[in-house]
Design a protein around this ligand. Structure first.
Ligand SMILES: [Zn+2]
Ligand SMILES: [Zn+2]
Length: 237
């Protein structure tokens, strides 16, 4: 299938990534992507960028030949009410927002607590993607999540890095299979993200493709493969 975009990438600015924005852009262009998303970690991530990093996005050129760059944030969910570490004032200026749970920023709770956190975050009007809802340390009620995703027009992410055997998140494979099966039943679209922290993995979804084939997931529900997929994920086109 054609893949037009990767909206989950980080740079050295995250404090634990290794490439520059230019290197990520070049990698995306080499693969023929149409859209690349810079989704740097929100300021609550230890070593992450200061909030000024996000308010200065206006200086970044957005068109690079046939590639268009979108600048957003992977905001941290801070509590079970789904509060984020980025103020509305900044969220409003982002091209798109991913919301995710990370152990450094929110303590894993019960299934009910984690699910409430995720759902409240998805109800935030600026949030377009729920990042890596596949971590066994944060059990989630997938059926409720999928229903909310459809109601709020938020895409659930299938995270290629979670399928790496060395991933910090645990249970990625089993959890993604469970999630995809429910998405298939409800006809809920998903977004594939590499969660790249180095340019060599930008736009490369090999592990995800294997899984997609395994569960026979319908291609039309994968937003990355649709020319119009970008329209529901970003604020500006
Ligand atoms: Zn990271
Ligand atoms: Zn993340």
């Amino acid at each position: 299938m054609n893949i037009y975009m990767d909206l989950h990438t980080h740079t050295a600015a995250s404090g634990h990534g290794y490439s520059t924005l230019k290197e990520n852009i070049e990698a995306a262009k080499e693969l023929g992507l149409k859209y690349l998303g810079l989704s740097e970690h929100g300021p609550a991530m230890p070593g992450g960028p200061h909030v000024f990093f996000f308010s200065n996005y206006r200086c970044i050129p957005r068109h690079h030949g046939d590639l268009r760059l979108f600048c957003g944030v992977e905001a941290n969910i801070l509590d079970y009410e789904g509060n984020l570490d980025v103020e509305e004032e900044i969220l409003r200026r982002m091209d798109y927002v991913i919301a995710s749970m990370h152990t450094f920023c929110v303590r894993p709770g019960s299934l009910e607590e984690n699910t409430r956190a995720a759902i409240r975050a998805m109800q935030n009007p600026y949030v377009k993607i729920l990042g890596h809802p596949d971590d066994s340390r944060y059990p989630l009620d997938y059926e409720l999540l999928v229903k909310t995703a459809l109601e709020e027009k938020v895409a659930l992410e299938v995270n290629n890095s979670s399928l790496n055997p060395q991933a910090a998140r645990k249970g990625g494979r089993e959890n993604i299979i469970a999630l995809l099966n429910i998405c298939k039943r409800y006809r809920a679209p998903v977004i594939l993200g590499t969660d790249s922290h180095i340019c060599y993995t930008v736009g490369r979804f090999e592990k995800t493709f294997e899984l997609i084939r395994e569960v026979d997931f319908p291609e039309e529900l994968i937003l990355n493969g649709r020319q119009d997929g970008i329209a529901q994920l970003v604020n500006c086109l």
